[in-house]
Design a protein around this ligand. Structure first.
Ligand SMILES: Nc1ncnc2c1ncn2[C@@H]1O[C@H](COP(=O)(O)OP(=O)(O)O)[C@@H](O)[C@H]1O
Ligand SMILES: [Mg+2]
Length: 289
């Protein structure tokens, strides 16, 4: 993948933000470029500003929250502050941490149509897009179900279908697996990877389950006190052994590898059981040769 050369979809430039009710800045001088087709994971301790950054990428901040900012967030060459939030919804889709915040009407299909109806899209096209999105999410058979009859995993898929029906180029998710059991969480993560592979969608998400997500992520950002302190491929970031990693959940298998290789704690590290097995086999071959 043309990691560094890929097209920039969102650029955050010297961006700081302070909530009106707060006496200090929540984000300070953040500089980031998000690239087309990349899956970026944002991690960091509670309260460090992750959700505030995501809200700033979709224009909820500053459009819906009182506060002051400096610098800019630029999408397709235009500063977010200068765009209408409805226009932004066609480029950037946002899935709330709690799907209850997103689903508020009568049935899966009507909820999925809501965003498009708001934009005044033609009925036939809404029907087509909603059917497409529900089928992509594997929830066509749930179309007429009311939200309260859905499991958490189904709600999460329904919320995603509503967002995907808008055909955004960027999908932003705030802790999408926090309500899901490990199996459903893994399914969702695979689904997200398929969306990137099949639709070329750019994904930016806050996600703590690094055991599951690190292997599908192209990039890992670590945030602390409103600034980005690490930025790179997950195996490079984990391999740095920097103090900021103590607060995040490095995959168990990566830690095992590091513990067994304490003489070489840095560099590229494995992320999955399969990768560690390969490394051990290679080592065995070298020893027996
Ligand atoms: N609407 C708000 N008004 C005032 N302060 C807020 C608001 N939302 C979040 N904050 C504060 O901003 C800081 C960062 O919050 P948040 O972005 O939610 O962090 P994270 O998602 O990393 O847990 C916290 O100190 C939080 O209390
Ligand atoms: Mg948050």
């Amino acid at each position: 993948m043309g990691f560094r050369n890929a097209n920039t979809v969102i650029e955050v430039r010297n961006y700081s933000f302070k909530y009106a009710s707060s006496d200090k800045e929540t984000l300070h001088d953040v500089n980031l470029k998000f690239h087309e087709r990349e899956i970026t994971i944002l991690v960091g301790p509670t309260g460090c500003g992750k959700s505030t950054l995501l809200k700033s990428l979709i224009g909820l901040i500053p459009h819906m929250y009182a506060g002051s900012w400096s610098g800019s967030v630029i999408i397709d060459g235009v500063s977010i502050q200068d765009r209408k939030i409805n226009d932004l919804a066609l480029t950037v889709g946002y899935v709330f941490q709690n799907p209850e915040n997103q689903i508020f009407m009568f049935s899966v299909e009507r909820d999925a149509a809501f965003g498009l109806e708001n934009l005044g899209i033609e009925r036939a096209q809404i029907r087509e897009r909603v059917d497409w999105a529900m089928s992509l999410m594997g929830i066509t058979d749930l179309a007429t179900k009311p939200p309260h009859e859905l499991s958490d995993g189904q709600k999460q898929r329904a919320a995603l279908a509503g967002i995907l029906a808008m055909k955004p180029r960027v999908l932003i998710l705030d802790e999408p697996t926090s309500l899901l059991d490990p199996h459903t969480a893994l399914e969702l993560i695979q689904l997200i990877r398929n969306l990137r592979d099949q639709l070329g969608i750019t994904v930016i998400m806050v996600e703590h389950r690094l055991d599951l997500i690190a292997r599908v992520a192209d990039r890992l950002l670590v945030m602390e006190n409103g600034t980005i302190v690490e930025d790179g491929k997950p195996r490079e970031v984990f391999g740095k052994n920097s103090p900021s990693l103590r607060n995040i959940g490095i995959p168990t298998i990566t830690r095992l590898y590091q513990a067994l290789n304490s003489s070489r704690p840095t560099g590229n590290v494995p992320l999955t059981v399969d990768e560690v097995v390969d490394l051990i086999r290679q080592k065995q071959r070298t020893v027996s040769a």
